[in-house]
Design a protein around this ligand. Structure first.
Ligand code: NAD
Length: 700
């Protein structure tokens, strides 16, 4: 019977949801649930029904494979299934183990009784996709656990364990041990005692001061409500559970749900969600490549990056051999790792015992011979081709056969590094972002000869250390930094024309970027960009750059680390203040060039910076550096503070419309004479065909 197994034990029917991996509520599963309930009703032996999932999940919610297809809305919808269950005259008991999320929890709340094992994980994460629970969740949860607790869960989208939810009254019983046996015993008790059917819809929600409470909640999300409409709608829907009948509340919930489904924010958030899943897939790999085991990791260089990289592995229990060239640097790096963990202990996020366990996995060394056991070795020494090639020459001698040898280079040619070894198939780029123990993004750089199994291994392994891996080809800056170059260049040119650093930062931050380009430069170190600009100017002398960022560096203003950059950071504070000295420097530079400052609008700032990302992103696609437009979006969402509710630069461009964007770029080209603004051929082509970046992607 489709995705549900039906069996009868004594006088109890057991309906087992069977849609691996997490019992997504597909059309087939929904249909078979209705059939199963019908069968239980029709069978006179059956006196109660137990609904149970598999080891991983009662149900993880909607089947994401059906998202955006007619099947997602086809009857029986989840609402219909829940109505059928609720109306059943025989008691239906949800037996909850593993994940019980979104529609899965709504389904459980539609049953007459709920029993769970303590560790089961429950939550309503819809708000994270810019939606609200649309199958009665906003009406049933407040009836079950009270308006405040329900609103907390729905607004945060956070998960809790059944054990934590027990006190609030979400479950009739929370048990240890065998879930099915517990549920069967529970069902028999209900039958024996002839307990009445409990329908959550029949409960009422009391709140002593509902009006004030909901108003308070609306105020709390107030500022963000414009860019993210879903939280506000969640509050309105839960408020309806207090002020309206169940059926009216359900209608309100449906209206809000449908309204949210069409918002640009929800579309963008859903795009981000699916893009992150798609990014893990490498076109051309079958998906069944054998992967290499990674039990011991080596890291070379215990500087800023090396120590952060090592922490990723220590934190998931993988031993790390950390190699340095100097004892002093080794001690420094080890102390940095310990210090970072101690910070977590101070904040109550890590126990002292775990700190000790993690540090015990770290083996600092100066001897290359100690790397012989490592399955994956990541080099993070200075950004210098000769230094890196020397390291890889040594690695070729000491690493065991089959070890994966990775470089964390930001800009150097992975193929040239691979060519120095006898095993180019084992070489790959693993571009972590700073701070490497925190940032989620990992660019996996595929060299010309990188083995398919090496790629499969690192893409899979990235998940284990909590990274979002995106595949990139070899080029200057890979995906993220290559796009950042023209973005920063536009920001510099805008300064020359009349904008201030604070206006540019403010305009982009108001638009949604986590940090404007100048605050970001101060954080990362302005000297890094300086080095790169010098190289670019040598390689491509014709490209026009503003000298202003270089002049800032010439003043020794490298950013937070020197106490001053674009902003000043008094007393080591991280929140900088605009500095008149920087204004003066910019004005005097304009005077030297004979430029009279013009008023630059925030709109122009956003368009020039963001469209610079888009145009370079298009060229990256043309060059085959990124597999798909959505991968570029993932890079910017997870590594560069791009606002999630705008879906990433390529998705944003699609939403604005490529025809209009191409015309704006043409105008910029006319006004500035800058050849960069010639729209990439791909932009022109898609604009002419009325297509989008994300609608035409291949290789998923
Ligand atoms: P860093 O100067 O902080 O650290 C480099 C470390 O490598 C030093 O401790 C040095 O003693 C050690 N080292 C040098 N040669 C060595 C050798 N032969 N054997 C062993 N150890 C050696 O530099 P970093 O910022 O950590 O950068 C390291 C790499 O990561 C560079 O390739 C850089 O481009 C890349 N990267 C840096 C960032 C960033 O934001 N800092 C981000 C991504 C990638």
């Amino acid at each position: 019977m489709g995705c549900t197994n039906f069996q009868i034990r004594d006088d109890v029917a057991i309906l087992t949801l069977n849609n691996p991996p997490v019992n997504g509520l597909s059309f087939e599963l929904r249909s078979s649930l209705v059939n199963g309930i019908d069968r239980a009703i029709a069978d006179s032996r059956v006196r109660a029904v137990v609904l149970v999932g598999n080891d991983r999940a009662f149900s993880g919610g909607a089947d994401i494979r059906e998202f955006g297809t007619p099947l997602a809305l086809a009857e029986p919808s989840l609402r219909t299934v829940i109505c059928e269950i609720e109306a059943c005259r025989k008691p239906v008991i949800a037996a909850v183990g593993g994940l019980c999320l979104g529609g899965g929890l709504e389904l459980a709340m539609g049953c007459h009784y709920r029993i769970a094992i303590r560790e089961a994980v429950v939550g309503l994460p819809e708000v994270k996709l810019g939606l609200l629970p649309g199958a009665g969740g906003t009406q049933r949860l407040p009836r079950l656990i009270g308006a405040e607790a329900a609103l907390n869960m729905i607004l945060s989208g956070a998960t809790i364990t059944a054990g934590q939810a027990e006190a609030a009254g979400m479950f009739d019983s929370v048990i240890e041990g065998d879930l099915l046996e517990g549920a069967l015993a529970f069902a028999r008790e209900i039958v024996r005692d002839q307990k009445p059917l409990q329908r959550v819809r029949d409960l009422t929600v009391h709140h002593p001061n509902a009006e004030a409470f909901f108003q308070f909640a609306r105020n709390a999300v107030g500022g963000a409500a414009k860019s993210l409409p879903a939280p506000r709608r969640c509050i309105d829907a839960v408020a309806a559970s207090v002020s309206m009948s169940f059926d009216d509340g359900l209608r309100v919930e449906r209206d809000y749900f449908v309204g949210l489904l069409g918002t640009p924010e929800s579309k963008a958030l859903r795009h981000a969600f699916f893009s992150e899943r798609a990014a893990a897939k490498v076109a051309g790999l079958s998906g069944v490549e054998t992967t290499r085991p990674i039990d011991v990791v080596g890291v070379i260089g215990a500087g800023t990056m090396g120590s952060g990289i090592a922490m990723n592995f220590l934190s998931v229990g993988i031993p790390v051999v950390l190699l340095e060239s100097k004892q002093e640097m080794l001690e420094h790096g080890t102390a940095r790792i310990r210090g970072n963990y101690e910070n977590l202990v101070r904040k109550g996020m890590l126990s002292k015992m775990d700190l000790d366990a993690r540090m015990a996995l770290l083996r600092p060394t100066l001897a290359y011979g100690d790397l012989g056991e490592a399955d994956l070795i990541i080099e993070a020494v200075f950004e210098d081709m000769e230094a890196k090639q020397n390291v890889f020459r040594r690695l070729d001698e000491v690493a065991k056969p089959g070890a994966i040898l990775a470089t964390n280079t930001s800009t150097l040619d992975v193929n040239r590094i691979a060519a120095i070894t006898q095993r180019p198939q084992d070489i790959v780029g693993l571009h972590f972002f700073s701070p490497a123990n925190v940032m989620r993004l990992l660019e996996v750089v595929r060299g010309d000869r990188t083995g398919a199994d090496v790629l499969a291994t690192v893409m899979r392994f990235a998940q284990k250390i909590g990274k979002t891996a995106v595949l990139a080809g070899v080029c200057d800056g890979f995906i993220g930094n290559r796009m950042l170059f023209p973005y920063s260049r536009q920001a510099g040119l805008l300064l020359e024309e009349g904008a201030t650093p604070w206006q540019i930062d403010r305009a982009l931050e108001k638009w949604g970027m986590a940090m404007g380009p100048f605050r970001m430069g101060d954080l990362a170190g302005n000297d890094i960009g300086w080095v790169i600009r010098k190289r670019h100017q040598a390689e491509a002398p014709g490209v026009r750059y503003s000298r202003i960022p270089d002049m800032l560096c010439e003043m020794g203003r490298f950013g937070q680390k020197t106490g001053a950059g674009w902003y000043t950071y008094e007393g080591g504070r991280r929140n900088g203040k605009p500095d008149p000295a920087v204004d003066d420097m910019i004005v005097s530079h304009r005077n030297t060039l004979g430029i009279s400052a013009r008023r630059v609008s925030d709109k122009e700032i956003v368009e020039r910076c963001i469209y610079a990302l888009v145009n370079e992103g298009a060229r990256i696609l043309e060059d085959g550096i990124a597999q798909r437009a959505s991968d570029i979006d993932v890079v910017y969402l997870s590594g560069y503070g791009f606002p999630r509710q705008r879906g990433g630069p390529m998705f944003y461009a699609d939403e604005v419309g490529l025809y209009g964007i191409a015309r704006t770029m043409d105008r910029f080209a006319r006004e500035s004479g800058d050849p960069f603004w010639q729209p990439a051929a791909l932009v022109r082509q898609l604009a002419a065909e009325g297509k989008t970046f994300n609608g035409t992607q291949t290789g998923a």
